[in-house]
Design a protein around this ligand. Structure first.
Ligand code: MSP
Length: 511
């Protein structure tokens, strides 16, 4: 039976245009989805937009539009970003869709039926930018007297009737759950942070708002709309067809992997499992959190206005180049900064020089000296065997890194083989063998072709388009591009298409 794997991105607030931070989380989830497909999993990959709440309502008002027309416009922009970034999602959910309203109403009713919702009165601090409630003790006061949340978001005092979720009752069960599932939160620094937050004591959570109405109505409670985070988190079960147990996608639940930014780990690792447990639903297997891309030391965000537009980067450098840079430049869970120079250096050194030249040198020697045909495998020397063994072992070498989302280390494993292959070319000098030992030249080029095949196969999730072109040039049929297919040898003597460079060097345009 095919094993299924359910992966999600956060659903993005539609309060402004997408930026590279959003693209990053989506690309990481996409790399994972493509990797799992290469391994033969039946993948369900979900992304979408978070369209309710005060922040979005305010952005619509600022734009002079009614909320629905505003969110339609920005959701289309996020969908376009996913297209431009090569995100291979299976479903794009919008929280203003009817299926989601039905699902949220049912989730609410189940939690209420379990006795975990009560009516009360909220009085306290709220940050619209984070759509989050804060305790006084979490705030800091700026020199001008304004109070801000730990994220730097301004807070306002809110007083309103509200329904509450009995979060305090879930503290022990949550702690027990984290103990029993040590891989639930990644990386471990975030796990420790979440556990100490929960150990510190949980307050009941306000889950309805009454001072605006851009949200999903609370069942049988006129004037109340659901707190946007309850609505938003529930998107992950809506997309599986909740509440219909016969829905074709219901078997995907619980999710295998939620990708989230470190800013929203608390919602996914504390509130979300508590809501699900209260509703009697299974809890996701893992929440993995990425660090931030920062510009001049500050998190890039729509609200701060210091954003880098993903489409501009792609136009300047190319999509696969940007996907590679984002996955390679910093450890997934850590913060890192983007700079023009750092992108150029990754492109010119690792893509154009290390990998691009290796492929180009090999393929053009085959075209020139082997009549454009794949040479047969000859008797292997020690040097040949060592390189081929390292190349063949790539799927196993990458897998633990992919499972832990240490993508930069997965790429480092591939580059170890690429660097070894470059050392091998220099030692074997196939261009010189053309004059002295044509048979050996063929053997060497075949070792290189097989190595490149393994490299291009495992790199497909990171750089789908370039690797597909490289595999075309290596004459690997589309149905031979899975990890398993690597053990099937390619035919000797097959004619290969004329070589074409895959990774040009980036040259700064003249000013
Ligand atoms: N709508 C909520 C998520 C609800 S999920 C049920 C939300 N949306 S968001 O648009 O503000 O941000 C979503 C995600 O974008 C962040 O969690 C993070 O993954 C990503 N990023 C936003 N800014 C980022 C950076 N500057 N750097 C890296 N990732 C960033 O929160």
């Amino acid at each position: 039976m095919t094993r299924s794997f359910y992966i999600t991105t956060p659903i993005y607030y539609v309060n402004g245009a997408p930026h590279i931070g959003h693209a990053y989380t989506s690309i990481a989830a996409d790399v994972m989805a493509r990797w799992k497909r290469l391994q033969g999993f039946e993948v369900f990959f979900l992304t979408g937009t978070d369209e309710h709440g005060q922040k979005v309502e305010k952005a619509a008002a600022d734009a002079g539009l009614d909320p629905q027309s505003f969110v339609d416009k920005i959701a289309a922009d996020f969908k376009d970003m996913a297209r431009v970034m090569g995100i291979s999602y299976d479903d794009f959910i919008r929280t203003t869709e009817e299926r989601h309203k039905v699902s949220c109403a049912e989730l609410w009713k189940r939690i209420a039926a379990a006795g975990d919702i009560y009516l009360g009165h909220y009085e306290g601090w709220y940050a619209v930018r984070d759509e989050a409630f804060y305790d006084e003790s979490e705030l800091t006061t700026r020199p001008d007297g304004t109070k801000v949340a730990p994220s730097g978001a301004p807070v306002e005092w809110v007083r309103e009737p509200s329904y509450f979720f009995r979060l305090s009752a879930w503290q022990d069960r949550l702690l027990q759950f984290y103990e029993e599932h040590p891989d639930f939160i990644a990386p471990s620094s975030r796990r420790n942070e979440v556990m100490s937050f929960v150990r510190g004591g949980l307050l009941d959570l306000s889950i309805s708002r009454t001072t605006f109405n851009w949200g999903i109505p609370v069942p049988d409670a006129p004037g109340h709309v659901m707190y946007v985070w309850l609505d938003a988190l529930n998107n992950y079960v809506t997309a599986c067809g909740f509440p219909d147990p016969a829905a074709p996608r219901w078997h995907y639940w619980p999710a295998d992997l939620h990708f989230v930014g470190k800013d929203i780990i608390r919602f996914h690792a504390v509130y979300w499992p508590a809501f699900l447990m209260a509703a009697g639903l299974p809890v996701p297997k893992r929440v993995t959190s990425n660090g931030w891309w920062v510009v001049d030391g500050e998190k890039m965000s729509k609200s701060l206005g210091n954003v880098i537009e993903p489409r501009k980067l792609v136009d300047t450098f190319g999509l696969d180049q940007i996907r590679y840079f984002l996955m390679r430049e910093k450890p997934f869970g850590a913060d890192g900064s983007i700079s023009h120079q750092a992108i150029i250096s990754r492109i010119n050194v690792e893509l154009a020089n290390d990998l691009g030249n290796l492929a180009q040198r090999t393929l053009s020697l085959v075209a020139r000296n082997c009549g454009g045909q794949r040479p047969a495998r000859g008797a292997a020397t020690e040097d040949d065997t060592a390189l081929l063994a390292a190349a063949q072992a790539l799927p196993e070498a990458l897998d633990p890194h992919m499972d832990r989302q240490t993508f930069h280390e997965a790429l480092e494993e591939v580059w170890k083989v690429i660097r070894a292959a470059n050392g091998y070319v220099d030692r074997q000098a196939p261009w010189a063998l053309n004059k002295t030992d044509k048979a050996r030249m063929g053997d060497v080029l075949r070792v290189l072709l097989d190595t490149l095949r393994a490299v291009a196969t495992v790199l497909q999730p990171f750089m789908p388009d370039s690797m597909s072109r490289m595999l075309d040039q290596l004459g690997v049929a589309p149905d031979r591009r899975t990890l398993d297919a690597l053990s099937l040898p390619l035919e000797d003597g097959e004619a290969l298409p004329p070589p074409q460079g895959v990774f040009p060097r980036y040259v700064e345009p003249a000013a």
